[in-house]
Write a protein of this length. Structure first.
Length: 201
């Protein structure tokens, strides 16, 4: 979903979003065609850097509108109204369109053309971001360099106050959660404190 501007101050971002809507750079490789999905406002204070839309997100135009979104919102202790309030929360995946599935199952990686084309231009229009959640390996590796997701998650303090690394909130992560009690005991409370602090006016 690409929101319209609320005031005249949003015109630069609105112009950029029009360009993103018309992007066909990856069209040849997208099985369902281009449909960029992101949620942004210049006033957002929390940025969720995620992977790429899945099929349900592609269909609805609403980021994390699936079971992984339910899990992520549970981690954050955040309801849907706040999660989708672009005045507070921006959601910008590494790939803006659904990339398709791998032969062995699971979604393909975000298209490599996307982030170099658009990401920095989008972030330039989000001057009020206080904290960025790095959700999953693609966001973490793009911003922090190569590394191990779960190690970064358990060592989150070294990335604060700018970043907070999180695993991808898929059902597979549930198995890791059950084997890693410190995620619920230590990481989740710290995550909620960091998010609440970022959203404070």
């Amino acid at each position: 979903m690409l929101p319209l501007p609320h005031t005249a101050t949003d015109q630069t971002l609105h112009s950029l979003l029009r360009q993103i809507r018309g992007c066909t750079a990856c069209a040849h490789a997208l099985p369902l065609g281009p449909r960029p999905v992101l949620h942004v406002s210049p006033r957002a204070r929390l940025l969720i850097a995620s992977q790429a839309p899945g099929t349900k997100v592609h269909e609805t135009g609403l980021s994390f509108n699936d079971a992984s979104g339910d899990r992520l919102r549970a981690w954050l202790g955040m309801d849907r109204a706040l999660f989708y309030n672009t005045e507070k929360v921006a959601i910008v995946p590494m790939g803006l369109c659904y990339p398709g599935v791998l032969p062995q199952g699971g979604d393909k990686p975000p298209r490599p053309e996307c982030a170099p084309l658009w990401r920095e231009r989008i972030l330039e229009q989000l001057p009020n971001i206080q904290l960025t959640l790095l959700v999953g390996s693609y966001a973490q590796n793009h911003i922090l360099g190569k590394g191990k997701v779960f190690e970064r998650v358990l060592n989150f303090e070294q990335y604060l106050p700018t970043y907070f690394p999180l695993p991808h909130p898929s059902w597979r992560t549930g198995m890791w959660e059950r084997r890693t009690p410190e995620f619920e005991a230590e990481v989740i409370p710290a995550l909620r404190r960091a998010v609440n602090h970022a959203l404070e006016d």
